[in-house]
Design a protein around this ligand. Structure first.
Ligand code: KIV
Ligand code: ZN
Length: 523
């Protein structure tokens, strides 16, 4: 069977909805638009862009993503009530290809919360799916907690949803409870028993609570599901969702036993993984399959020797398959703008001229300070450029820190606040604390620092540090990041980056907006 004859598996990405639901993974409006456009370019079939009724911010993001979409279908989530569905349609209707996704919890535990009898719930499903289908030709219905729903009842409600006009039926493993054989059997059972099942697409939506989300999704595909719901880096509530990169690469690498095709350009995976990690503030674990820092590293002597003699001894896929270029010394201080542009293109970044100029200036400064500039250094520079805008309300102009064994540590800072430079010094419990205290004195706020993380970009004592921070103020959550060879500078810039986002968020949203108070069972 040639690749084009193979059944296609629809890739439904929910990074911006289920992924963003991870506590703290909130993204700004601009970040959501950027991620959606990267997903669209990568060939994702359906982008679940948000939950339009959840907040004004979600609604605005879904509408704008719908307007800008090029190839992907844009989907919004809605509970099983007419108001949610109408709001969802208002947001997705701008897309070339819109989809309404409506869901209700069908298991005994979920039925008990809205206190609906089996018959009442069946009636609600009929009414809401019919309503959605009257608005949109493309309707997905999900039986939340399907894997803990009685089979007879699941068959009954799936049949109702199909008859009411659903075109995709999603069978979520909401709490990550199932296992591969059971996941496959459930899809096979529905395909066999439900009248009209062959006229719709069955989807699998798995959570990773027992570490089986990828295996469960692939097992469901083997049994006949033709849509996988997943997120970049497996981002998502609790232990996360099925990771897009894992299912896509599994079907590519083991196409001999999983003969399915997807429309994904896998060479764009690494760039997306880095961007999602940076904007969500969720680092990728080093040994994460496919996109972890160590996924293609061979530390032990035996492995290194084998890989050098024949790369296939220990590598089942090429780093370049996911857009990871060989790690080499990228550039030196004599490299010019054209070389930088070419190198960045090779790494998957096509920058506008003004952005390239800014990155070039920073690259030269870095090359002066650092002996060798690696690909990862350039990636950190670009990420920093994309995150830290020169026109922000707060800008770090100068920082000097005195630290060492004799306290107190002291910071001396010039910070531009709304275009005016202010000078201050402060002490603290360590140099980072002293620098943050300077910022707090010049820009008083009550935001609480929830996360502060430092990572070295490359090896060596002259390595750049990337720092991410998460702040929370009145229920608004923001993530900031920055990179620099000086860890204290990177930390201060990351803190300032988060504050700049907070300032924008204060203007655009009500307090508590990021703490999604919306419940899955409410009206
Ligand atoms: O996990 C789940 O059940 C969901 C539904 C809302 C589709 O995310
Ligand atoms: Zn989910």
């Amino acid at each position: 069977m040639t690749k084009t004859d193979q059944p296609q598996v629809i890739i439904f990405d929910t990074t911006l909805r289920d992924g963003e639901q991870s506590p703290g993974a909130t993204m700004t409006h601009e970040e959501k638009l950027e991620i959606a456009s990267l997903l669209d370019e990568m060939g994702v079939d359906v982008i679940e862009a948000g939950f339009p009724i959840a907040s004004e911010g979600d609604f605005a993001a879904v509408s704008e993503i719908a307007k800008r979409s090029k190839n992907s279908t844009i989907c919004g989530l809605s509970r099983a009530n007419l108001k949610d569905i109408d709001r969802c349609w208002e947001a997705v209707k701008h897309a070339k290809s819109p989809r309404i996704h409506t869901f209700i919890g069908t298991s005994p535990l979920h039925r008990a919360i809205p206190n609906l009898t089996m018959d009442e719930m069946a009636e609600r499903i009929h009414e809401t799916v019919t309503h959605a289908r009257n608005l949109c030709d493309n309707v997905q219905w999900s039986a939340m907690d399907a894997t803990r729903t009685e089979h007879d009842y699941l068959c009954r409600v799936v049949e109702i949803a199909i008859k009411a006009g659903a075109t995709t039926i999603n069978i979520p493993d909401t709490v990550g409870y199932t296992a591969p054989r059971e996941s496959a059997d459930l899809i096979a059972m529905l395909l066999e028993r439900v009248p009209g099942a062959d006229s719709v697409i069955f989807a699998t939506h798995c959570h990773n609570d027992l570490g089986m989300a990828t295996a469960n999704a692939l097992a469901a595909v083997d049994a006949g599901a033709r849509q996988i719901e997943c997120t970049i880096n497996g981002l998502g509530e609790r232990a996360g969702n099925t990771a897009l990169e894992e299912v896509v690469m599994a079907m590519k690498v083991r196409n001999d036993i999983m003969p399915y095709r997807t429309g994904i350009d896998t060479t764009k995976i690494m760039n997306l993984s880095r961007r999602v990690s940076s904007v969500s503030g969720f680092p990728v674990q080093f040994n994460k399959a496919i996109v972890g820092k160590n996924a293609f590293l061979h530390e032990s002597g035996i492995h290194q020797d084998g890989v050098l003699k024949n790369v296939e001894t220990f590598e089942i896929m090429k780093p370049s398959d996911i857009g990871l270029m060989a790690k080499n010394i990228a550039m030196g201080k004599h490299s010019g703008r054209a070389a930088l542009r070419a190198k960045l293109k090779e790494l998957g970044y096509e920058l506008a001229d003004n952005q390239l100029n800014d990155v070039f200036v920073r690259f030269k400064a870095l090359a002066d300070r650092k002996k060798e500039v690696y690909d990862d250094d350039l990636i950190a520079l670009v990420a920093d450029e994309q995150t830290n805008d020169a026109h922000e309300f707060l800008q770090l102009k100068k920082l000097r820190v005195i630290c060492g064994t004799e306290g107190p540590q002291e910071a001396d800072m010039v910070l531009s606040v709304d275009g005016v430079d202010h000078h201050i010094d402060a002490t603290g419990d360590g140099p980072v604390d002293a620098a943050f205290n300077c910022v707090k004195m010049l820009f008083p706020h009550k935001a609480r620092l929830e996360i502060y993380q430092v990572h070295a970009v490359t090896e060596g004592t002259d390595a750049q540090a990337t720092v991410s921070v998460r702040l929370q103020e009145d229920g608004r959550i923001v993530n900031g990041s920055s990179a620099d060879t000086d860890t204290i500078v990177a930390s201060t810039k990351a803190y300032i980056n988060a504050l700049n986002k907070l300032i924008v968020r204060r203007q655009k949203t009500a307090p508590g907006d990021d703490v999604k108070t919306i419940t899955y069972h409410g009206e």
